[in-house]
Unconditional design. Sequence first.
Length: 188
Amino acid sequence: MARYHGVTTETVKRLFVDAGAVYLNYDESDERLLGATRGGNTFTIEQDVREIEVDGARGPVKGLRRIIEVRAQIVANLLEMTTENLKAALAGATVEENGTHDIITRNLTIKDSDYLKNVALVGEISGSQEPVICIVKNALADGNFSINTADKDEAGLEITFTGHFDPENLDEEPWEIRFPKMAGGGGS
């Protein structure tokens, strides 16, 4: 009996391995590593693709699909607590120095300057010297803020960064994937 599987000699060169690292403003002059994470990180493109139904068709018809909504996100499971990271996790937050503490607060206004140029999940492809880079553009942390503590464990903070469309170009989705070209044509 024949065995069916997708494994080839190239498989070991095509794996996205480990958790990767999350960068704020990747490849920009103010780029910074977000910090240590635990439990992995996630890059997601949620999409609502509408099927246009027509009389006489018995199912989906090629060419009659529309992309209605796109939501690109990176979720980082952060361990490293810093003032800068807490500020990044709270859209619109400000920091005030006060003796021994930084005081983080905010009002209900999110300004254009609160958006990050991008957030990137940078990881390793097993057969490449170049990383895979998953980017959300015009990023803002817009998920809930919750620091999870437990006895005999380290606190964690899940941050959801969502990409936002640029009002000057609403046709360009706010994400990109930079995938390394593989030796021997394995990238295609």
